[in-house]
Each structure stands twice: as structure tokens, then as C-alpha cells.
Design a protein around this ligand. Structure first.
Ligand code: AMP
Ligand code: AMP
Length: 342
């Protein structure tokens, strides 16, 4: 049997680090959190990290890599991790990394992502390559630091041209015009283990976004009177959802199809570990997938003690963070660690 105590689990202090570190401790690993002076206090407070490595800025992340390598640490990427370091730097990291780094490119590039999800036979919102083609309500999204701020809805080419005027040259060049799907947002959390070869449903959430989740609290009359209120989608938290049970077969199938397609587009290993399909579910019971996150999403944070679905499957509280640690532990114990690390 391999030894769990030869490895440590490390991540950057933000996003889902609390559950990743707690889960790692529950599975018997030593834990390391990488923080800036501003964030360290939280990780001290909650006692999930055996060691805190402080850095002034994530721009200097590479300077602490030798320490991580010395301690045989396995780094777990999450949303903030990738947001702070960017894909290129993530791909060049030298310490052990849980996951398939090749997936980063497929997820970050809209065309590649679409190719992958189409191969998995998922329904995707239509993309308009030019405002001239707009023939329904669309959502216009910007990339980068804005993080959901400044998205807008347009209903025609003219409406689009009018609204895009308020944006910078860069933003005008880097946006996506997507069909606006009327339905409810559902974020599906999955886990695929290359050790068990199974796709698991871990849970569901919806996001709590400012200010869009508040606009409905005032009447349409008052919204019109306010004039300057545009919706923004700045994430402030996550709300758990339990899905109608008859949707589950479809949900499981979608997850399995994504994994199968990932092995074709990113051979040989494809995607493994936690991932999330970000969907709008319509009254016709169709799931439109507007994005995939190929790593742990913060929507799993409400389930540190496990979700209703993991409660059915495991006889202990199984967060997604802990599921990652369990995957690594089972890989170590069956001498297949190379299957989960890069
Ligand atoms: P932060 O470290 O909180 O500044 O987050 C960095 C990025 O990670 C954000 O821009 C979001 O894209 C993503 N993120 C952080 N927290 C959440 C959350 N609770 N739900 C969804 N995405 C999140
Ligand atoms: P994103 O930054 O892509 O995660 O999108 C932010 C929010 O916009 C999501 O939480 C959804 O509520 C909403 N959204 C994104 N794409 C669509 C779409 N195609 N149709 C309807 N709503 C969407």
C-alpha cells in the first residue's frame, strides 16, 4: 500500500480552498495553503491548513514552487487559482498538479469548448458571429477582469449597436453574443474518477449574482424609472438546489457524454476530477449548456458536509474537496498515482 503521508495537498487561499483543505485533512493528508497577507487570517481561523505559505502577490507564485516540490505537495487548481495565474503559467507549473493541464486550453477557448460540448451532443445556446445576425434576445458577455460586470441583453442589431457604444475598444473586440435562453440557471457538479472510471453527480447550485438577482425585487415600473440600472452578474455566493428526481438520468448521461467526448478531443486521458456544466433549464425541460468548468467550482461550497447525492453514496460527509483527496488517496494506495497527477 502506498503512503498518503508522503504527500501534502496544497492550494491557493480563495474560492473553494476551505473545503479542499478540510477534505484533504479528513483523508489523512497534511495541508498547505498559499496566501497573500490579506487572506491568511481566514485559513488560520478555520484551522484547515497545517502550513501557510505567504507571498506578497500571486505574480510571484513561481518563487514558492521549490518549497512545494520539496514537500512533495500536490496542487489542487480551482477557479481563483486559474484566474490569478492564467492558463500559460498553470501549464508551466512544476509541482505535482491534480488534473489534466491540456484541458485548460479547451475550456478557455470558446471555439474549442464548443467543439467539445457539441461532440458530447449537448444543447448549446446559439452564438452570433455578427450583430447583423441577431434574431432573438441575446446576452453579450465580456471576458477578463470584469467577471460578469457589464454583460448586457440586446434584442436586435440596433439595440446591440446602441449599447456596445459604452464599451472600450478592447471590450468591443472581445465579447461573445449568445442567444439568451429563458429558463432557470442550474449548475451541475460532477466528479469523474480515472481510478473508478465512474461519473458521479455531486450536487447542484445556482449563483447569487449582484445586481441581477435583485432587479426582480422592484416593479418593472420602478426599474424603468431608474433608467440607468443595467443588469450585472457579479458572483457573491451560491445557493444549493435539489433537482427534480426525474431529471437525474439526463443529468448523468450529460456528464458521461462530456467525459467520453473529452477522451476523443484531448486524448488519451481527457478530463478527470471535478467539473461543472453551467446550464439554463427551460420549461420544455431542455438543458442548454452555456459553459463548462473543468475543475472544482465554488458552487460546491454549500456542501462541505456533503450533498443529498453524496449522502446517498458515501457513509461519510463527502464534499467535492474531500472527493478529490479520496481520489488521490485511492490512486496512491493502488499504485496508480500517475493517473491523477501532472
Ligand atoms: P476571487 O478569488 O473570489 O476573487 O475569485 C476569482 C474568480 O473565481 C472570480 O472572478 C470568479 O470567476 C470565480 N469565483 C470565485 N468565487 C466564486 C463563487 N462563489 N462562485 C462562482 N465563481 C466564483
Ligand atoms: P457566465 O459569466 O457565463 O457564468 O454568466 C453569468 C450569468 O448569466 C449566469 O449565471 C446566467 O444566469 C446568465 N447567463 C449566461 N449565459 C446565458 C444564456 N445563454 N442565456 C441566459 N442566461 C445566461
Amino acid at each position: 500500500m502506498g503512503e498518503v503521508n508522503k504527500y501534502k495537498i496544497a492550494t491557493i487561499g480563495s474560492h473553494s480552498a476551505l473545503q479542499i483543505l478540510k477534505g484533504a485533512k479528513d483523508e489523512g493528508f497534511g495541508t498547505i495553503v498559499i496566501c497573500t497577507p490579506k487572506t491568511a487570517k481566514v485559513y488560520q481561523e478555520f484551522g484547515v491548513a497545517d502550513q501557510i505559505i505567504n507571498i506578497d502577490s500571486y505574480d510571484n507564485y513561481e518563487t514558492i514552487e521549490p518549497e512545494l516540490i520539496k514537500q512533495n505537495a500536490i496542487v489542487i487548481p480551482h477557479g481563483s487559482f486559474v484566474a490569478y495565474l492564467g492558463n500559460d503559467r498553470c501549464e508551466n507549473l512544476k509541482a505535482h498538479y491534480y488534473g489534466n493541464k491540456s484541458v485548460l486550453r479547451w475550456e478557455a477557448n470558446r471555439d474549442l469548448e464548443r467543439q467539445w460540448l457539441t461532440k458530447a451532443s449537448l444543447k448549446l445556446p446559439k452564438i452570433f458571429n455578427s450583430p447583423k445576425e441577431i434574431d432573438c434576445s441575446v446576452i453579450v458577455k465580456f471576458h477578463g477582469a470584469r467577471g460578469g460586470k457589464g454583460y448586457f441583453i440586446a434584442n436586435s442589431e440596433n439595440d446591440f449597436n446602441e449599447k456596445i457604444k459604452n464599451y472600450t475598444k478592447e471590450e468591443r473586440e472581445d465579447h461573445v453574443i449568445q442567444e439568451y435562453i429563458i429558463g432557470v440557471p442550474i449548475y451541475i457538479h460532477y466528479f469523474y474518477s480515472p481510478i473508478t472510471n465512474k461519473v458521479e453527480i455531486m450536487g447542484f447550485d445556482k449563483r447569487y449574482e449582484s445586481n441581477v438577482d435583485s432587479l426582480g425585487r422592484i416593479s418593472a415600473r420602478d426599474q424603468i424609472a431608474l433608467k440607468k440600472v443595467d443588469p450585472s452578474y457579479v458572483i457573491v455566493g451560491n445557493i444549493p438546489i435539489v433537482l427534480r428526481e426525474s431529471f437525474l438520468p439526463q443529468v448523468l448521461q450529460m456528464g458521461e457524454d462530456v467525459i467520453k467526448a473529452s477522451k476523443q478531443v484531448i486524448p488519451p486521458h481527457g478530463l478527470f476530477g471535478p467539473f461543472c456544466l453551467e446550464c439554463i433549464l427551460t420549461p420544455e425541460k431542455e438543458f442548454f449548456v452555456f459553459e463548462i468548468s473543468a475543475r472544482i467550482v465554488a458552487g460546491t461550497n454549500p456542501y462541505i458536509e456533503g450533498s443529498p447525492y453524496t449522502a446517498l453514496k458515501y457513509d461519510k460527509p463527502m464534499s467535492t474537496g474531500r472527493r478529490i483527496a479520496l481520489d488521490i488517496k485511492q490512486a496512491i494506495e493502488t499504485e496508480q498515482i500517475e493517473k491523477v497527477l501532472q
